[in-house]
Design a protein around this ligand. Structure first.
Ligand SMILES: Cc1cc2nc3c(=O)[nH]c(=O)nc-3n(C[C@H](O)[C@H](O)[C@H](O)COP(=O)(O)O)c2cc1C
Length: 152
């Protein structure tokens, strides 16, 4: 059984909806052999990452950056996981009120430094949620699951 780890900071209903969409995609019946583990960014551990075969990151944009919670996650796991998970497949969704560019850039920078491999361009959502935005998060989760599981 492969493991897909979702690490998220979810401080609002909009982010909760995006998380649920991503988790639903990650758990799609179309992919077999994947266990989905969900951790809030402030509670995710080094062991969570070491045991993961893929990782899905979710954050709001905060002051032009990723959330402090997701930054804390990277502070915790960066060195312990630096050489342990080369080319770990990852995906990212970001929600902001009007500009997610700084948050996306920051996550891509640190994930790249860790040697992780994006399986899809980041899903960037601004303002009120739309059906396409939720579908994009669903697809991101499903794509990551398909990367490490078997198509049913
Ligand atoms: C302290 C703080 C800083 C924020 N900074 C940004 C920002 O730089 N860019 C942006 O687009 N949104 C920013 N936001 C908005 C959040 O990203 C947004 O509130 C979050 O994605 C949840 O969306 P919602 O409030 O519509 O539920 C910020 C919000 C807070 C509380």
């Amino acid at each position: 059984m492969s493991r897909l780890l979702i690490v998220h900071h979810t401080p609002s209903p909009a982010l909760q909806e995006l998380l649920e969409a991503a988790r639903s995609g990650a758990s799609t019946d179309e992919v077999k052999g994947v266990e989905v583990v969900t951790r809030p960014a402030l509670g995710a551990s080094v062991t969570d990452v070491l045991e993961a075969d893929a990782i899905l990151l979710g954050t709001p944009a905060n002051i032009g950056y990723m959330s402090g919670a997701l930054k804390h996650f990277f502070d915790v796991v960066y060195y312990p996981c630096l050489e342990a998970k080369p080319r770990l497949p990852y995906g990212l969704y970001v929600h902001g009120s009007n500009d997610t560019a700084g948050a996306v850039r920051a996550v891509e920078s640190i994930a790249g430094a860790m040697g992780w491999r994006a399986v899809h361009p980041p899903v960037s959502v601004t303002g009120p949620l739309t059906k396409p935005a939720l579908e994009a998060c669903w697809e991101l989760g499903a794509l990551l699951a398909a990367e490490i599981g078997e198509l049913a």
